[in-house]
Each structure stands twice: as structure tokens, then as C-alpha cells.
Design a protein around this ligand. Structure first.
Ligand code: ADP
Ligand code: ADP
Length: 237
């Protein structure tokens, strides 16, 4: 479970990006965070894996006080949390398979990172993850030969290969056309339902959020202004 208790985030420039956030998100939920640009969605998501440090309150993930983690502990904690970005963050001039294998790099000895030698076990894990998002046939294709939707699936496979409990996705469909966006949302939905992975997505397409997520959290000026089932959402949010 992810629990925000009176969480605040004030950036160095005194911008209060989050104020008074109280939320509980259970394992296996599919949550969409909606709100206008600048509302605090990205900050909210990025506090969960300590990409940002909160400045007040506490944030607890499965009994771990996230703010108390130091150095190595942060890295270990982040392994359980997959992160997906709008910009995919892939190495475009190399193969799909290598991009997924990169998720194992932190646990490989240095010489292996240099030579790009991976164990059979890692390769099998990577191929399984590609299969889970329906792009196994693209394993040996260079990333820059793929469409945007396919690239986002590679990013999703790279995340799945680490066996995360939670996937955070910061505007994952913002740069995709509507048809591709829905395919990617279907992948998230399937992963959420079949693997019981908690999925938390920032999204500004309200209709798509309502169609796929089970729970909607509306954010405005750094505060939660709505939290409920998709069916309860009104135009006001
Ligand atoms: P959203 O994801 O909803 O667009 P953000 O979380 O990115 O909102 O931003 C919330 C507020 O915090 C905005 O006013 C934004 O300008 C500010 N902000 C975001 N990141 C930083 C940062 N690194 N330093 C200072 N202010 C920031
Ligand atoms: P956006 O596309 O939302 O602007 P970026 O692509 O700029 O986000 O990514 C923000 C930063 O986070 C980058 O420097 C990236 O390398 C880093 N990053 C990537 N993956 C992770 C992760 N799993 N945990 C923490 N930081 C990450």
C-alpha cells in the first residue's frame, strides 16, 4: 500500500507543488491522476520513488518510510517501482532487446556492462517481458525503427523485466496518436489485471482516464480536489 500522510512538496523556488495530500492506494489499484498542466501531478508521482523528496508529512510504501531511505536503500527500493516517461527514455540506436536488458544493468558486474554480455537467464526474462507486451517479434529491431506506441511498449517491457510491484507512468500517452494511446492503455490495464501490479498514471486526456482507470484522483493547485471511482467523476474536475 502507498500512503500519503499530510504530504507537502515545496521546491527551492518556494513553489508549493503539493499541499496537504492524504491518500491511500492499495496494491493492485489502477489510478489515473488528472489535472491541468502545473497542477502537481508529476511531482505527486515522482515523490513515490524518491525522484523528488517531500518537504512535509510522510510517504509510506508497504511500511517503508520513503524519506528515511539512504543511498543503496533508495536504489533497492526503486527496483520495485517501474517508471515510464512521456519521452520513453530508450537508447534509440540499439536493439529493443538490449534496451530491456539494461534494466538488469545495476546488478551486473562492471565488465559485463562494458561488454554487453548478459546471462541466459536475463535474456529469457527480457524476452518474456517483450512477449507480455506483444512485441517479441521486434526483439532484434533497432528502437529507432519502431513507432511511438511500439517504443512505449519497449519501455513497459523494460520496466516489467524488473518484476515491479508498482508502475508509475508520467504522461505515458501524451505524445501518441489516439489509436496508439489506447493500445498502450490496454497494455497497462492488462498488466494491472493479470499481474496485480499497482498502476498510477498521470494523464490529461480525461476520457481515456475514465475509460481505463478504476480510480481517478483530481489535482488542482497542488491539492487533491477529487478522489473516487471513474463513474463518479463530473465535468468539474
Ligand atoms: P503537472 O505534472 O501537473 O504539470 P508539476 O508537478 O510538474 O505539475 O508541477 C507543479 C508545480 O511545481 C508547477 O508550478 C511547476 O512549475 C512547479 N515545479 C515542477 N518541478 C519543479 C522544479 N524542479 N523546480 C521548481 N518548481 C517546479
Ligand atoms: P519527462 O519525460 O517526464 O520530462 P524525463 O525523461 O526528463 O521525464 O526523466 C526525468 C529524469 O529521471 C531523467 O534524468 C531520467 O534519467 C531519470 N530516470 C529515469 N528512470 C528513472 C527511475 N526509474 N528512477 C529515477 N529516475 C529515473
Amino acid at each position: 500500500m502507498i500512503e500519503f500522510i499530510n504530504v507537502e512538496k515545496t521546491y527551492g523556488n518556494n513553489v508549493k507543488a503539493l499541499q496537504d495530500i492524504n491518500l491511500k492506494i492499495d496494491q493492485g489499484e489502477f489510478v489515473a491522476i488528472i489535472g491541468l498542466s502545473g497542477a502537481g501531478k508529476s511531482t505527486l508521482i515522482r515523490c513515490i520513488n524518491r525522484m523528488h523528496d517531500i518537504t512535509g508529512g510522510s510517504l509510506i510504501v508497504d511500511d517503508i518510510d520513503v524519506s528515511s531511505l539512504r543511498g543503496k536503500e533508495v536504489r533497492k527500493f526503486r527496483k520495485r517501482i517501474g517508471m515510464i516517461f512521456q519521452s520513453f527514455n530508450l537508447v534509440t540506436r540499439t536493439s529493443v532487446l538490449k534496451n530491456v536488458l539494461v534494466s538488469f544493468v545495476p546488478e551486473l558486474p562492471f565488465w559485463r556492462k562494458l561488454t554487453g554480455v548478459f546471462s541466459k537467464e536475463h535474456k529469457t526474462k527480457a524476452l518474456t517481458a517483450l512477449d507480455q507486451v506483444g512485441i517479441l517479434d521486434k526483439a532484434y529491431v533497432r528502437v529507432d525503427q519502431l513507432s511511438g506506441g511500439q517504443q512505449q511498449r519497449v519501455a513497459l517491457a523494460r520496466t516489467l523485466a524488473q518484476n515491479p510491484d508498482i508502475i508509475l507512468a508520467d504522461e505515458p500517452i501524451a505524445s501518441l496518436d489516439p489509436v496508439t494511446a489506447k493500445q498502450v492503455m490496454n497494455d497497462f490495464k492488462r498488466i494491472n489485471e493479470e499481474m496485480n501490479i499497482t498502476v498510477i498514471i498521470n494523464i490529461h486526456h480525461v476520457e481515456i482516464a475514465l475509460e481505463y482507470a478504476n480510480r481517478i484522483i483530481g489535482v488542482r493547485d497542488g491539492k487533491v480536489v477529487f478522489d473516487g471511482k471513474s463513474a463518479e467523476v463530473t465535468e468539474e474536475v
